[in-house]
Design a binder for this molecule. Sequence first.
Ligand SMILES: NC(=O)c1ccc[n+]([C@@H]2O[C@H](COP(=O)([O-])OP(=O)(O)OC[C@H]3O[C@@H](n4cnc5c(N)ncnc54)[C@H](O)[C@@H]3O)[C@@H](O)[C@H]2O)c1
Length: 258
Amino acid sequence: MPRTYLVTGALSGIGAATTALLRRQGHTVLAADLEGGDIAADLSAPEGRAALVARARELSGGRLDAVVACAGVAHFDPVTVRINHFGAVATLEGLRPLLAAGSDPRALVVGSVDAVHPTDPAIVAAADADDETEAVAAARAAVDRGEGHLVYSSSKAAVSRWVRRAAPGDAWAGAGIALNAVAPGVVLTPLTKPLLDDPATLALVERAVPMPLHGHSRPEQLAPLVAWLTSPENALVTGQVVFADGGADAVLRGDRVW
Ligand SMILES: NC(=O)c1ccc[n+]([C@@H]2O[C@H](COP(=O)([O-])OP(=O)(O)OC[C@H]3O[C@@H](n4cnc5c(N)ncnc54)[C@H](O)[C@@H]3O)[C@@H](O)[C@H]2O)c1
C-alpha cells in the first residue's frame, strides 16, 4: 500500500537516500530541508519548526503515515544541539497528531553511534528537561573550554534518551505509533567528507568509530533499515536505538550493555 512519508534533511546524504528508496517503493515523500524540496524550514529555530508542521499539514491534508527526522549537523557549536535534539523532537512531536491520523504510523530519528562517546552531562540534562536555553548555554560553555566535540555526542545521546522515554508512553505506543532511532557509524556524506578528506582527522575518526564489518558505510545502506522500521511490517520494534554501525557499538561498549 502506498504511504505518505515526511523526511527532514531529505536533500542530502542519508535523508536523500531514504527519500529515493521510499519513492522507488511507490510511496509519496514530502521532502523537507533547509532550502528547496517540498518544505523549506530551518529546524534550528522555533519559527522554522512551526513552519514545517503547518506546511506538512497543508500538503498532507492532515495525515502522515511515517516521519523520518534525519536533518542534522556536526558543528562544534550550540546550533548542533538546537537542530539534532530540539529540532528533531519538535519535528516528531509537532507531526505526531498527523501520524495519529495516518495508517500503521511510524516515526524515526537518525541518531548516531557517537551517542556512546563521552558527553557533556549539562547539555544532556538540559535536553532531558526540555530546556533549550540551558542546553545552548551548556553547549556554548563546552565550546568555550575547548570541548566543542561534546556537543554532537550530547545531542545524539539526548535524542536517543528522548526516544526511550517517549516511545512506550500513551502519546506514541498508546496511539499505535512505533518510535525508534537508528544509530549509524561513519557514513560517506557531505557531513563527514571534510573529516575523512583530512588524514589527521581520518585517523581520529577511525579510532573513535571502528567499523569491523565493511568499514565506512554509504547512505544507501542505511535507507532499507529506515524504510523497514517505518513500514507497517514493523509491528513490534519501538523505543529502540538500532545501531547500524558495522560493529562500532559492539567494539566500543562490548558486553557492558547487558
Ligand atoms: N554521516 C555520518 O557519518 C553520520 C553518522 C551518524 C549519524 N548521522 C546523522 O545522520 C543525519 C543525516 O546526516 P548526513 O550524514 O546525511 O548529512 P548531510 O549533511 O548529507 O545531510 C544533512 C541534511 O540536514 C539538513 N539540515 C542541516 N541543518 C538544517 C536545519 N537547520 N534545518 C533543516 N535541515 C537542516 C541539510 O540541509 C542536509 O540536507 C544527521 O542527523 C547526522 O547527525 C550521520
